[in-house]
Design a protein around this ligand. Sequence first.
Ligand SMILES: C[S@@+](CC[C@H](N)C(=O)[O-])C[C@H]1O[C@@H](n2cnc3c(N)ncnc32)[C@H](O)[C@@H]1O
Length: 568
Amino acid sequence: MATIHFKGKSYVQNHHLTLKHHHLVPNPDASLTDKISLHDNLIIHGDNLLALKALLPTYAGKVKCIYIDPPYNTGNEGWIYNDNVNSPMMQEWLKANQPIDKEDLARHDKWLCMMMPRLKLLRELLRDDGVIFISIDDNEVHHLRMLMDEIFGESNWVGTIVWKNATDNNPTNVAVEHEYIFCFAKNKTQLPSEWKSPISDIKQKLIEVGDKLNKNCTDTDKLQQSYSQWFKENKAYLSPLDRYKYIDFGGVYTGSQSVHNPGREGYRYDVIHQETGKPCKQPLMGYRFPEATMKELLAQNKILFGQNENKIIELKVYAKEYEDKLSSLIMIDGRIGAYDVKKLFPQSKRRFDNPKPVQLIKQLLSFTVKDCDVVLDSFAGSGTMAHAVLALNQEDGGKRKFILIEMEGYAESLTAERVRRVIQGIPTAKDEALKNVLGGSFSFFELGDPVEMQAILEGDSLPVYEDLARYVFYTATGDEFDPAKVDRERNFIGENKDFEVYLLYQPDLNYLRSTSLDLDKAEKLGLPESNCKKRLVFAPMKYLDTETLERYRIEYCQLPFEIYKFKE
Ligand SMILES: C[S@@+](CC[C@H](N)C(=O)[O-])C[C@H]1O[C@@H](n2cnc3c(N)ncnc32)[C@H](O)[C@@H]1O
């Protein structure tokens, strides 16, 4: 297989393994929950490299879908390579510690060095039937594809989506009007044979009813009457598509507000109301189509008028146009993302660059996550992912959970605040959808200190028993630690299908100096039955020979390296 080579690769290849495990420290003031927990929806403030590692004990192999939107490395985003990798060349890069611009000849190498360990950790967090989506543009698309092939395996490539997000009105040579979204599986053989939208059946029903009623009726009023009657009787079943209240000779349809220009000033012209003959009220920022396109839409009878000119016109969208497959081509105006955020922060002068439209993320998630699945976004920005998850949950009553990670200071004031507003609803919002209380909760965590190392050596802040237990249990078994299982009497900290795990430890230097795994301790465990699980025993020292260890089915594990140092 062709592999990608870049400066620094050999130093970052295993960086994710050598990173220290850090605490996640709850921040109750920034949370929106009665009970802070790592099993709640999560927002984590900190560098995602450390945060992802800190999530492993609780979430390794448990995340169904990851969406990330990393810096595209355009040369003007101001991202800085700052992973503390221990090699002279990397330290040299760190010394410069400048935002990466187009002049930086190592900018692609630095970007790949930043991405590689993160992608490796993300892969560990995915479930076997999980998928990852990654947004990217032409700056790094070719490098990212090779890196993904290497980390996830070529055979796990699921597809590449071209997201047509813009219209270039001043093209130079090739007008760039799209980005990409890669989709890779952790293990493609574990994916269902087809991704079907949960509402495909409802869409089909609407099309069939539309065709049937149209066959029997040529009068538009009667047609609508019959459909309204059917709609009333079936409303409960139609729930996710219950805005499709109308019918004409083209079939069942709904109105959409998508004539608005999101964000900035759009096109200005008059659209004359069919009955009153007066110009219709224009959207706040003007129309999003030029006048010629509007004329075509009018000619195709695709524009819906209100009772009079005071209502902004809407675009007619037929049920048959509803996208129920995850297509490799998605057409959603990219400016809608900024508009989604602006609506939630109408007073704010601060602009967040390039948030993704909620609709886009919802589309990806609607095919890949359901019920109680966990989704993760480790480059969370304005928190679009959480918004999409909460909206989907409300639509179908699901209990999907999100984990967001954002390193900037706005993790609280923007990321968490957006999620808070969406959960609680904004009673004064102009947009009906935002008045809506989506409900839910989240726990906010800060990245804390490393579990071991200096803290242990300094002796004045040795980790408490439970923290060290969590760390060694996970590092030994890869499974989640459950504090309720701890039996301090027996030094037992939990078990999985292969091992029982014991920890001889107290946050006390004298204890650490004087405690060892000896015959006394082995006898306390008792002689094992023939099929008993292996016993992993973490202790500062051991005084037992190999034969005795085998007899008691004990595997001695040294306490983390730093305790060794202390011993010396
Ligand atoms: C392009 S934005 C993501 C926008 C997001 N998809 C949205 O819709 O709002 C990338 C975000 O990743 C964050 N980021 C970049 N490097 C990071 C890191 N190492 N750890 C955590 N967050 C990071 C940036 O601060 C920025 O907010």
